[in-house]
Design a binder for this molecule. Structure first.
Ligand SMILES: Cc1cc2nc3c(=O)[nH]c(=O)nc-3n(C[C@H](O)[C@H](O)[C@H](O)COP(=O)(O)O)c2cc1C
Length: 325
């Protein structure tokens, strides 16, 4: 799958949300979008018991987001991921959670630009795929445009050319991660300014973007748009992305077709001992705005996690939205 232009539209890394099942589901509605994994820490890859790098071939183009700040470990993980076929490695410099701060990575790394640069360089030295950075416009009182430019310039000097900028700063203490996605005000103009000042860089904008029309507007100022919560909560918006954003063949599937196409994947998951809800929890928003959507959502929420729940539960839920396209 084409990677080179895929950053024009991407779905944000979201912990506990953009797992492999979610990405497979999203991919049915858009062939061109760049999909991000949830953040995976270097510790989980190097020392964890589970395989956190599993993905289906259909998910390409796919970027792995890494959480960490040890250059040697990040390089080791990047090497493993590249060998597994990931199309991009992204470093998380935007997450403000306490857990992440205790590990000295995520958003607090914005105050250590040279460490970020060292980490990026260490990864770039061992892989041929792009290494990108997702960050905020600032943290705490380090929120001037000059600070942001210094960060960008330091990291750019390591050879990084792609930055995904969440257009709000993060407060490292006092706000929960959820509040840090809502309370600090969005400043899109600051991200546009970055693109004007560093035209040689690929700049993607993120934060609070909810419609395809808004994406198209942002793309007049920056190279890419990353959408998180709206793509997850209203996934059928993705059916418009290939046509309107990539000017490629539009998605021809209806919402029902998407469900039908999920069935073989779900059956394989059930056959391997997995639970229906592992997959259907990502599909709850599919019929948003359609008559019967609440009943669809409720039926799946209440029944998909029951022992032995199978495709019949999905079909029953589908009956609530029978005539919807
Ligand atoms: C449930 C959830 C989990 C998230 N996990 C991550 C993560 O693992 N890595 C990351 O860089 N950002 C994470 N984010 C932040 C998103 O990537 C994104 O920057 C943020 O939600 C703003 O974009 P949006 O307004 O389009 O949702 C998460 C957001 C949510 C809602």
């Amino acid at each position: 799958m084409l990677y080179s232009t895929s950053h024009r539209f991407s779905i944000a890394p979201m912990l506990d949300w953009t797992d492999r099942h979610c990405r497979y589901f999203h991919r049915l509605m858009t062939q061109r979008t760049l999909l991000y994994t949830e953040m995976v820490t270097t510790g989980a890859i190097l020392h964890g018991r589970a395989d956190h790098l599993l993905f289906s071939e259909q998910e390409h183009p796919i970027a792995l987001q890494l959480g960490g700040s040890n250059a040697v470990e990040l390089a080791e993980c990047a090497k493993i991921a590249a060998a597994r076929g990931y199309d991009e490695i992204n470093l998380n410099v935007g997450c403000p959670s306490d857990r992440v701060q205790n590990g000295r990575f995520g958003a607090c790394l914005m105050a250590s630009a040279s460490l970020v640069a060292d980490c990026v360089k260490a990864m770039q030295d061992v892989v041929d795929i792009p290494v990108t950075v997702k960050h905020r416009i600032g943290i705490d009182d380090l929120d001037s445009y000059e600070f942001l430019c210094e960060f960008i310039e330091t990291v750019k000097a390591s050879g990084c050319h792609q930055f995904i900028v969440h257009a709000r700063k993060a407060w490292l203490s006092g706000l929960s991660p959820k509040e840090n996605r809502e309370i600090p005000p969005l400043d899109y103009e600051r991200v546009y300014q970055l693109k004007r000042d560093y035209p040689e860089l690929q700049i993607s904008i993120n934060g609070g973007i909810t419609t395809i029309a808004d994406c198209i507007e942002h793309l007049k100022h920056v190279d890419g748009v990353m959408v998180g919560r709206e793509a997850y909560q209203n996934p059928f918006m993705l059916a418009e992305v290939d046509g309107f954003i990539f000017q490629d063949s539009p998605c021809s599937l209806s919402r029902h077709d998407v469900v039908e196409q999920m069935i073989p994947y779900i059956e394989a998951h059930l056959a391997s001992g997995g639970s229906l809800s592992h997959i259907t929890r990502h599909m709850l928003g599919l019929f948003q705005g359609v008559v019967g959507a609440r009943a669809w959502r409720r039926h799946l929420s209440e029944n998909a996690n029951k022992k032995g729940a199978g495709i019949d539960v999905l079909r029953q839920a589908l009956a609530f939205v029978e005539s919807a396209g």
